[in-house]
Design a binder for this molecule. Structure first.
Ligand SMILES: Nc1ncnc2c1ncn2[C@@H]1O[C@H](COP(=O)(O)OP(=O)(O)O)[C@@H](O)[C@H]1O
Ligand SMILES: [Mg+2]
Length: 279
């Protein structure tokens, strides 16, 4: 037990590398996001960059899709926005200011991230949703669940929002869990919403309903959607094609079909596969 105590104390004494600055800015003005010549390496010192020369600018309320193979640094790129890591060089801006100028609390309250696998707690559906915003009213909860296409399945349970979830939400399907997590993120009323492969377990029709509802419910929220399927990002205002940590294509679906060979090939291969993939 002494060994355990020592280890626990080490963890408690650990100081995070990333901290709020002195005199931090406490509000993120809007959902704009800008990267200026951003490079990033997980290991300080050696030049093994997993992101290189990333520059782009997203206006508040826009929907941006990110497409790229496994390991192309999609997750790494979006993790720089809520400052899970700091860029090695270059600048990351949100709401017109460098993310390093904000208090971490203000920044992370404005940026909601939904992952492919998220944590649900044992407790009721409502308790899980309130984790996103402890002060949300029943109406706000219902609206968020409708936008995430979760309301119907929740209401089909006898106990509805008071349905008790097992540890990790074991009594829900993968797609239902994902939709609850999206609803929970929406309750934060974020300026920037990042969906990192978070609709991979819902069918394409449900996914489209979620995208349409998001557009209606939160028109001012910037939406960044990372996806494997091109149909998930087809109607985005702009799509980034990422390969090996670099943006190798940028434009709307139609533009990329014209100008980007890789995008066109991925699109063709997914068309022939049909929609029968991941469900
Ligand atoms: N925490 C980490 N520490 C070190 N390397 C990492 C870490 N996370 C990801 N990587 C590496 O960074 C690269 C990009 O990973 P990632 O951003 O997760 O890609 P994607 O989300 O596109 O699949 C990969 O080579 C991966 O091995
Ligand atoms: Mg990823």
């Amino acid at each position: 037990s002494r060994a355990s105590v020592r280890r626990i104390c080490e963890v408690l004494d650990e100081h995070p590398d990333i901290a709020s600055p002195e005199n931090p800015v406490e509000t993120v003005a809007d959902g704009s996001v800008e990267f200026k010549d951003v490079c990033f390496s997980y290991s300080k010192g050696n030049g093994n960059f997993v992101l290189s020369d990333i520059s782009f600018s997203i206006k508040p309320g826009q929907t941006v899709g990110i497409i790229g193979g496994t390991g192309s640094s999609k997750t790494t790129l979006v993790n720089l926005i809520p400052r899970l890591y700091d860029a090695s060089s270059g600048e990351v801006l949100a709401g017109g200011k460098n993310v390093r100028e904000y208090s971490l609390k203000a920044l992370r309250n404005s940026v909601a991230v939904v992952l492919q696998k998220n944590v649900l707690f044992s407790g009721t559906i409502k308790e899980n949703l309130l984790w996103g915003n402890a002060n949300a009213s029943d109406e706000e909860i219902a609206a968020a669940c409708r936008a995430a296409d979760a309301a119907d399945f929740i209401l089909s349970f006898p106990e509805k929002y008071d349905t008790v979830l097992g540890q990790g939400g074991v009594n829900l399907s993968g797609g239902q869990k994902q939709r609850l997590c999206i609803a929970r993120a929406l309750l934060k009323n974020p300026k920037i919403l990042i969906l990192d492969d978070s609709t991979s377990a819902v069918d394409t029709a449900t996914e489209k309903r979620i995208r349409d509802a998001l557009r209606k419910l939160c028109p001012d929220t910037t939406k960044i959607i990372i996806a494997q399927r091109i149909c998930s990002v087809k109607d985005a205002d702009c799509i980034f094609v990422l390969d090996d940590g670099k943006i190798i294509g940028l434009g709307t679906h139609e533009e990329l079909l014209q100008t980007n060979t890789i995008y066109r090939e991925v699109n063709e291969s997914q068309q022939t596969m049909g929609d029968a993939d991941v469900v």
